[in-house]
Design a protein around this ligand. Structure first.
Ligand SMILES: Nc1nc2c(c(=O)[nH]1)N[C@H]1C(S)=C(S)[C@@H](COP(=O)(O)OP(=O)(O)OC[C@H]3O[C@@H](n4cnc5c(=O)[nH]c(N)nc54)[C@H](O)[C@@H]3O)O[C@H]1N2
Ligand SMILES: Nc1nc2c(c(=O)[nH]1)N[C@H]1C(S)=C(S)[C@@H](COP(=O)(O)OP(=O)(O)OC[C@H]3O[C@@H](n4cnc5c(=O)[nH]c(N)nc54)[C@H](O)[C@@H]3O)O[C@H]1N2
Ligand code: SF4
Ligand SMILES: [Mo]
Length: 723
C-alpha cells in the first residue's frame, strides 16, 4: 500500500501495548514511522485507537534504546551486584562475543548446580514464537520448568480459579459482544484507561443498545459515569460483595435452575456456604449499602444476557483465587455462559499475555496448558523436541514471584530476563533488590537498560514489534499478525533469532546425544511446530491470518475459529461451584498506618515506564501523583500539587498530591509507572496461597505533607541509590 507522501508506504500490524490488540497501520517514509492510523474495517477496533497506539510507538527511535550487545566492564559478584544505567559502565561487544559469554556462563552454572539453578522470565510483549522458543530452550537444554512471565503478577488468581471451575482460563466471549448484553458487571477494571477500545464498545452498549452496567470498584473509575449502579466497596471485600449478590439471588429464587441442573455440580454445598452472606453482613465488611447489593443482585439475575468483565482488582489479592470464584459462581448461578453477550471475561493486559501463556512460558505447563507432571505430556514433548526418554523434568517449576525469592546459594543462580522489569513490577522492591543482588549471572534481553537490566552481566538488544515478524494473541483469543515494517535499529535482533543462536551455542557445549531443532528461518515455522503440539492452535497458520486474525481454538486448517466458548459443554464436563468464606486483606490499616494504598495504571503510561517514558507519552503525563480523597486530605490540609511522603512498613516515596473523589475515603491510589516514586517500594509481597499472586491492590500506609524540595528530580527517574 502507498500513502500520500512520496516514497512512503504503509505496514499493517498489531499494537504492542494492551491486550485489546488493535490493528495498526504504520505510515513509513525512509524507514521512519511518521504516523499511525487504523483501518475502519479493523475487526477488533473499527479504526479507533487510544493515545498509546496512535502516538506512543515512538520509543522505537528513542536515543536511549540499546542496539549493540553489551557486557559489564566490572565483573559482578553475588551479593555485590550493582546497577549500571550509564553506557560507560558497559563495553559494546559483537553478537558473537555476547552470545559466547552468555553460553559459557549459563553452561558453567548448569553443569555445576543443575537445572534448579536456572530460571527465566519470559515476555508478554514479545511474540508467541519468541515465547515458545524461550520455554523450549529452558526446558530442553536446562531440564527445568523454572520459566514464568508477568501473568503471575496479573491474572494468576483468575487463571487458577477458572481452570478449576471450568477447565479453561481465557476470556469466554469476544469483547465486542458486549453490545449484545443487557446487563454487565465491570469489577476491578479501570477499562476506560486500561482497555480503552473495549471501553468504547461498552459505552456504545449503554448509549445505543440500552445495556445497564454495574461497577464494583473502590475507585470512581470513568465507567461509573455510564453505570446504573456503582458499588464502592472497601478494597479486598469482593468475596463478600459477590457472595452477597448470590445470597440474594438464591433467597429470591432468581437463579437458573435448568442451567445449574444440566451443566454444573456442587450447587447444594455452594448454596449452604452462601447462607452467611446476608446483605447486612456484607455491608458491615465491605462498606457497600445493603440495598445496593440487593439492587445489583436483582438487576444481574433478571438479565437475559448478563456478562462479567474483570481485571486486577479481583486477581491481585491474597485471596485472588477466591475473588475469581465468587464471580464464576455468579455466572453459573444465573446461567450466563455459553451464549452470545454473556460470559466470564477476564480482560487480559499485555498485548500478548494470552499468547505467552498459550505458548508455555509457564512453570507448571507446557504449551497449550499441558501439565508438566503428566507423563504422557512429557513423552509427547520429548518426542517432538528429540529428547531422550525421561529427559524432560516432571517437576513443576518456580513461579515469577518464587524465582526471585529463591535466589540464594543452593537456589537459583542464573536468571535470563527476556523483556520484563521485575525491579519495577514486583512487590516490595527493597526485598526484590536484595534477591537480585545475590544472582551469580543475569542476562537481560530488552530494548532499553531498564531498572532490572541495569543489574545484568550481559545485555542482548532485541528489536521492537515494528522490526520483526510474528504473532500476538489478544484478550479475546485472537491470534493476529505482527509484521516487520522497518529495518532493525543498529545491531538489534529479533528475540527468536537471539534465542536460536544462543541455544545452538549451549547445545554445542552440552553435547547432548539428540539435538532439537534450532535453525528456523522464519517465525511461521515456529508457529507451525507449536500448532502440532497445541490442539487449539492446530489450524492457526501464518497464511490464514494475513488479513484477519483467528480466535482459538482453531482445531484444523478449515476450522473458522471460536468467538465464544462453552456453547454445549465445559472442558471439564460440568462446571463447579465453589463454597467461599470472606477473609480481610493481609495488612489492614491501623493507627500508625491508617490508609489503604491501591496501585494501578493511568491511560498514558505502561507498567515500569520503559516504553512510555521513552515516548511522547511522558510529556502528556510527566510525573507520579497520589490520589487522596478530600476527607483524608482535609485532616492534614493537603491540597492538590503539595508534596506528600507516603510510607508503608517496607518503604517510602515522595510525590505530588491530587485531591480527588476518584478514590474513596480511607484509600489512596498511586500508579506504578514512575521509578522516582515507585509504588512497589511500598506494596506488600504477601501471596495468594494457590495462585502465588501478590496483594498489589492493598497495603497499609500513612501520608504526610513534606517540602516541595523533597520531590524527586523529574528526569532522575531511574532507581539508582534509592534502596
Ligand atoms: N494505560 C495502560 N493500560 C494497560 C496497562 C498499563 O500499564 N497502562 N497494563 C495492561 C495490563 S498488563 C493489565 S493486567 C491491565 C490491567 O487493567 P486494570 O485491572 O483495569 O488496571 P488497574 O489500574 O490495575 O485497575 C484495577 C482496578 O481495580 C480496582 N481495585 C482495587 N482494589 C480492588 C478490590 O479490592 N476489588 C475490586 N473489585 N477492585 C479493586 C482499582 O481501583 C482499579 O480501578 O491493563 C492493561 N492495560
Ligand atoms: N504495584 C503494582 N505492581 C504491578 C501491577 C499493579 O497493578 N500494581 N501489575 C502487575 C502486572 S498486571 C503486570 S502485567 C506486570 C508487568 O510487569 P513487566 O512485564 O515486568 O513490565 P513491563 O514494563 O511491561 O516490562 C516489559 C519490558 O519488555 C521490554 N520489551 C518490550 N517489547 C519487547 C520485545 O519485543 N522483546 C523484548 N526482549 N523486550 C521487550 C520493555 O522494554 C520492558 O522493559 O506488573 C505487575 N506489577
Ligand atoms: S486500546 Fe490497547 S491495543 Fe488499542 S491502541 Fe490502545 S493500547 Fe493499543
Ligand atoms: Mo498484567
Amino acid at each position: 500500500m502507498t500513502d500520500y507522501l512520496p516514497n512512503s508506504r504503509i505496514a499493517s500490524t498489531t499494537c504492542p501495548f494492551c491486550g485489546v490488540g488493535c490493528n495498526l497501520d504504520l505510515h513509513i517514509q525512509d524507514d521512519f514511522i511518521y504516523k499511525v492510523t487504523s483501518p475502519f474495517t479493523s475487526i477488533v477496533n473499527q479504526g479507533n485507537l487510544c493515545v498509546k497506539g496512535r502516538f506512543g510507538t515512538d520509543f522505537i527511535y528513542n536515543k536511549k534504546r540499546i542496539t549493540t550487545p553489551l557486557i559489564r566492564k566490572i565483573p559482578q559478584r553475588p551479593g555485590a551486584r550493582t546497577q549500571a544505567f550509564n553506557l560507560d559502565e558497559w563495553r559494546p561487544v559483537s553478537w558473537d562475543e555476547a552470545l559466547e559469554f552468555a553460553a559459557d556462563r549459563l553452561v558453567e552454572i548448569y553443569q555445576r548446580d543443575g537445572g534448579d539453578a536456572m530460571a527465566a522470565y519470559s515476555c508478554a510483549k514479545a511474540t508467541n514464537e519468541d515465547n515458545y522458543l524461550l520455554q523450549k530452550l529452558i526446558r530442553s537444554l536446562f531440564r527445568t520448568n523454572n520459566i514464568d512471565h508477568c501473568t503471575r503478577l496479573c491474572h494468576a488468581g483468575s487463571v487458577v480459579a477458572l481452570q478449576k471451575a471450568i477447565g479453561s482460563a481465557a476470556m469466554s466471549n469476544t469483547a465486542s459482544e458486549v453490545v449484545n448484553s443487557d446487563v454487565f458487571i465491570i469489577t476491578g477494571s479501570n477499562t476506560a484507561e486500561t482497555h480503552p477500545i473495549i471501553a468504547i464498545q461498552m459505552k456504545n452498549a449503554v448509549k445505543e443498545h440500552g445495556a445497564k452496567i454495574i461497577v464494583v470498584d473502590p475507585r470512581r473509575v470513568e465507567m461509573v459515569n455510564y453505570a446504573t449502579l456503582w458499588l464502592p466497596e472497601k478494597p479486598g471485600s469482593d468475596v463478600a460483595v459477590f457472595s452477597g449478590m448470590a445470597h440474594v439471588i438464591i433467597k429470591e429464587n432468581l437463579y437458573d435452575k435448568e442451567f445449574i441442573d444440566e451443566r454444573t455440580e456442587y450447587f447444594e454445598e455452594f448454596k449452604q456456604s452462601m447462607e452467611k452472606f446476608t446483605p447486612e453482613y456484607v455491608e458491615s465488611v465491605s462498606g457497600v449499602d445493603r440495598q445496593l447489593i440487593i439492587d445489583a443482585a436483582r438487576l444481574f439475575a433478571n438479565a437475559e444476557r448478563g456478562a462479567i468483565y474483570w481485571a486486577l482488582g479481583i486477581s491481585q489479592s491474597t485471596h485472588g483465587t477466591d475473588n475469581a470464584h465468587s464471580l464464576i459462581n455468579l455466572a453459573l448461578l444465573t446461567g450466563n455462559l455459553g451464549r452470545l453477550g454473556t460470559g466470564l471475561n477476564p480482560l487480559r493486559g499485555q498485548n500478548n499475555v494470552q499468547g505467552a501463556s498459550d505458548s508455555g512460558a509457564m512453570p507448571w505447563q507446557y504449551p497449550g496448558y499441558q501439565e508438566v507432571d503428566n507423563e504422557d505430556v512429557a513423552i509427547k514433548f520429548e518426542k517432538a523436541w528429540n529428547i531422550e526418554p525421561g529427559g524432560l523434568n516432571r517437576q513443576r517449576g518456580l513461579t515469577t514471584t518464587e524465582i526471585l525469592s529463591h535466589v540464594h546459594p543452593g537456589g537459583v543462580r542464573a536468571l535470563y530476563i527476556m523483556g520484563e522489569n521485575p525491579m519495577m513490577s514486583e512487590p516490595n522492591l527493597n526485598l526484590a533488590h536484595k534477591h537480585m543482588q545475590q544472582l551469580e549471572l543475569l542476562i537481560a534481553q530488552d530494548l532499553f537498560i531498564n531498572e532490572s537490566g541495569s543489574y545484568a552481566d550481559v545485555f542482548l538488544p532485541a528489536v521492537t514489534f515494528a522490526e520483526k515478524d510474528g504473532t500476538f494473541t489478544n484478550t479475546d483469543r485472537r491470534v493476529q499478525i505482527v509484521r516487520q515494517a522497518i529495518q532493525p535499529r543498529g545491531n538489534s535482533r529479533p528475540d527468536w533469532k537471539i534465542i536460536c543462536d544462543l541455544a545452538q551455542r549451549i547445545e554445542k557445549r552440552l553435547k547432548p546425544k539428540n539435538t532439537a531443532i534450532w535453525d528456523y528461518q522464519h517465525p511461521s515455522e515456529i508457529l507451525a511446530e507449536m500448532g502440532n503440539l497445541v490442539p487449539s492452535y492446530k489450524g492457526v497458520k501464518y497464511e490464514r491470518i494475513q488479513e484477519i486474525g483467528l480466535q482459538t481454538p482453531v482445531l484444523d486448517d478449515n476450522h473458522p475459529g471460536t468467538p465464544f466458548l462453552y456453547k454445549d459443554s465445559f472442558p471439564i464436563g460440568k462446571a463447579k461451584f465453589f463454597g467461599l468464606n470472606y477473609y480481610p486483606i493481609d495488612e489492614p490499616p491501623n493507627e500508625e498506618f491508617p490508609l489503604i494504598l491501591n496501585t494501578g495504571r493511568v491511560l498514558e503510561h505502561w507498567h515500569g515506564g520503559t516504553l512510555t517514558r521513552h515516548s511522547w507519552m511522558d510529556d502528556l503525563y510527566p510525573e507520579a501523583l497520589v490520589e487522596i480523597n478530600p476527607l483524608d486530605a482535609g485532616w492534614q490540609e493537603i491540597r492538590t500539587s503539595d508534596a506528600i511522603k507516603v510510607t508503608s512498613r517496607r518503604g517510602e516515596v515522595v510525590l505530588r498530591a491530587i485531591v480527588t473523589e476518584k478514590t474513596i475515603p480511607g484509600v489512596v491510589f498511586i500508579p506504578f509507572h514512575f521509578a522516582e516514586a515507585a509504588a512497589n517500594l511500598l506494596t506488600n509481597d504477601a501471596l495468594d496461597p494457590e495462585a502465588k499472586i501478590p496483594e498489589f491492590k492493598a497495603c497499609a500506609v500513612k501520608i504526610e505533607k513534606v517540602s516541595l524540595e523533597d520531590l524527586p528530580a523529574r528526569d532522575n527517574y531511574q532507581l539508582r541509590g534509592r534502596y
